[in-house]
Ligand binder design. Structure first.
Ligand SMILES: [Zn+2]
Ligand SMILES: [Zn+2]
Length: 379
């Protein structure tokens, strides 16, 4: 496969057309204008509109989007809850696709490569990135937040050599889109930050996309999972994903005592996968001594600074850790667990929709209604 190097934006179109004419792979790709789901004001209409094709930065690529997941973070962005988002805006950050154009400084990628990427992309040069922590880069780029995202036919991405992840041949674009951001974040919570070992108890508070992902990942590591939620349907899914014990928080007088009883003294690792003052507190209090609490669920607005039972953190020598994303290099271990059949992210798929249906679906994402992840599949 030849690579397509773009040296000057002004000659971009001409060169692309030349290239398209000479390669059937591109004949139906990359036309102008493209379709994208855009909003021009917060909480305003989410419309499928024509916008100009993106062009790659020197260190970036343009990707033809093939599958893009809907996430509550997109909904929060549309509501105006995310300070990174500027209108007009195109949301979408959980996606996979094919590289169709590369900037002239890109070395590792070429047209035709099948890729996905972390939702928080590192610059590769700041202090954090040099330490290997691209997920908390000081100059992060988040498609769908700091820039236009993937509810579009094409998306431009900077920092390509640092962040793109090659898809295994056998992995579909839809499965790859299911990995970000919930699955990848859950993987870092369980594996990186939680340091979960075989045989340990992992308590998962909240069985939405992140919680179910964490359940599945912990099970794949031969840990024992206890899942907590207030919805019977989600607890059933937690069972399917490998939870050994499920607790309906409405049916017990004290969630943390119930967890300590089942686990013989408390969980080794406990994950707040929902993000609320109550689940955060329950997660910390459900740990055994020297247990690890991992905060994954976002706490927003008035709930962003909840009380934490710090006396117990001291007395029981607990660890409190956050998790923000997953570096591209850490995808290797996760993809390996999927390709060898230990992990099945496809179990998280709720339904597939078209790009034209994204706006209505996103606007309706205002409660904990959806079970499973909705993926927009593009031609
Ligand atoms: Zn950086
Ligand atoms: Zn997301």
């Amino acid at each position: 496969m030849r690579s397509l190097t773009i040296e000057h934006e002004h000659c971009y179109r001409t060169r692309l057309e030349d290239f398209a004419a000479s390669d059937s792979l591109l004949t139906n790709h990359y036309h102008s204008p493209m379709k994208a789901v855009r909003y021009d004001r917060f909480e305003g209409p989410l419309l499928l509109v024509d916008v100009p094709d993106p062009t790659p930065t020197p260190d970036g690529v343009v990707v033809k989007v093939r599958a893009s997941g809907l996430c509550r973070s997109d909904w929060h962005g549309w509501k105006g809850h995310d300070a990174d988002v500027r209108v007009p805006h195109v949301p979408g950050h959980e996606f996979a696709g094919t590289v169709v154009a590369t900037g002239n400084a890109v070395r590792k990628w070429k047209q035709g490569d099948r890729i996905t990427l972390p939702f928080s992309m590192g610059c590769g040069t700041c202090e954090r990135c040099r330490a290997g922590d691209e997920q908390i880069c000081d100059r992060y780029y988040q498609p769908g937040f700091t820039g236009w995202g993937s509810f579009a036919e094409y998306v431009a991405l900077p920092y390509a050599d640092v962040n793109l992840v090659r898809l295994p041949d056998a992995m579909t674009f839809t499965t790859a889109a299911l990995l970000g951001c919930r699955f990848a974040t859950a993987y870092r919570a369980v594996v990186g930050q939680g340091r979960t070992r075989p045989g340990e108890w992992v308590a998962v508070h909240g069985c939405g996309g992140v919680g179910l992902s964490a359940t599945m990942i912990a099970r794949a590591l031969d840990a024992r999972v206890i899942a907590i939620d207030i919805t019977a349907e989600k607890l059933e899914l937690a069972n399917v994903c490998g939870a050994e014990v499920v607790i309906d928080a409405r049916e017990v007088t004290d969630v943390t005592s119930a967890i300590r009883e089942v686990t013989g003294g408390g969980a080794h690792v406990s994950i707040d996968a929902l993000g609320s003052p109550a689940t955060c507190r329950n997660s910390v209090l459900s740990l055994r001594k020297r247990g690890r609490h991992i905060q994954v669920g976002l706490l927003l607005g008035r709930e962003s600074d909840p009380p934490v039972p710090m006396s117990q953190v001291i007395a029981r020598e607990l660890e409190i850790r956050g998790t923000h994303g997953l570096q591209a290099r850490e995808y290797v271990g996760m993809l390996h667990l999927i390709t060898n059949g230990r992990l099945h992210p496809e179990k998280l798929l709720g339904k597939t929709i078209t790009l034209a249906q994204v706006g209505a679906e996103l606007a309706a994402m205002d409660a904990f209604q959806s079970v499973g992840v909705t993926i927009a599949v593009l031609e």
